[in-house]
Design a protein around this ligand. Structure first.
Ligand code: URA
Length: 275
């Protein structure tokens, strides 16, 4: 390869990395219709995006789905959502839930993410924040909200006297979507039972939805965040009713700093509610 072509190849790779491409497509096409017996190779953490499109259940994990055989079997998204509901329901503690989620193979995002991003902060906290999905920094560190928007969230919390020792933080989706793309409705539906159970087990007094996708998913509203934010909702955890509020996502505030005044109002409402 000539030096010029090598330089262009490096520039192209740098461009892909910048754009968030972090997995490769396989060179050989996969005939999905040929896999009728469900037998596929054992799981590899770094499968191609095409293979990662399939959803599956790791039969070796501590998982209630009654399946036989070794390694992965692939199931339809509906079956994955059902397996998620069963798995989430069976968790008696947050640690059990984390372990079940770590062994769950029903969400294709797991295949492209580096690791599970379960939670940060204090699970005994009175207030729980729920964002949308981890980004690059969270994927690397395995903790939610540690990147630029996380730093802003820390400052917003500090403004009302909170820090990570007295709040609990999680996301609707616990694996980074490739290139930070928006999670699909299917992915959200598969992950929903887990975050709902996480809220139930953490049992906070107040739930704060960070951004539109979190509010729409947890508060079952179709309204945009600018309409939803700042209003109190009743949220049924499964064992009791708690108060929930939505506010603007810190990533949005980084792009629209003038909107911080709205978020400030929401945070003052949270402070008042916490007494
Ligand atoms: N944005 C989110 O919604 N969650 C994170 O953890 C980080 C960024």
């Amino acid at each position: 390869m000539t030096p010029d072509r090598r330089k262009s190849a490096h520039e192209l790779l740098a461009f892909y990395a910048e754009a968030g491409v972090d997995a490769l497509l396989g060179e050989t096409p996969v005939d999905r219709f040929a896999d009728t017996d469900g037998s596929v190779p054992p799981p590899e953490r770094r499968r191609s995006i095409r293979e990662a499109d399939r959803v599956g259940v790791n039969t070796q994990a501590d998982h209630p789905t009654p399946v036989s055989g070794e390694g992965m079997i692939f199931v339809a998204p509906d079956a994955a959502a059902m397996a998620a509901r069963e798995a989430a329901r069976s968790a008696k503690t947050l640690n059990e839930l984390r372990a079940l989620l770590d062994g769950f193979e029903g969400c294709a995002l797991k295949a492209t993410a580096k690791q599970l991003v379960f939670a940060d902060g204090n699970p005994q906290a009175k207030v729980m924040f729920v964002g949308e999905a981890p980004g690059r920094d969270e994927d690397i560190e395995g903790l939610p909200f540690v990147g630029r928007s996380g730093k802003l969230l820390d400052r917003m919390m500090a403004a009302i006297g909170l820090d990570r020792t007295c709040v609990y933080i999680a996301n609707i989706i616990p694996w980074r979507p490739p290139g930070n793309r928006t999670p699909t409705p299917q992915e959200s539906a598969i992950c929903l039972p887990f975050i709902r159970r996480q809220i139930e087990l953490a049992n906070p007094g107040i739930l704060v939805c960070l951004g539109g996708p979190s509010a729409q998913t947890l508060l079952a509203t179709r309204e945009g965040i600018l309409k939803t934010r700042g209003r109190w909702f009743a949220y049924q955890t499964g064992t009791r009713e708690i108060r929930a509020i939505a506010t603007l996502h810190p990533a949005y505030l980084l792009r629209q700093p003038l909107q911080k005044r709205l978020a400030w109002r929401d945070f003052l409402a949270i402070k008042k509610a916490l007494g």
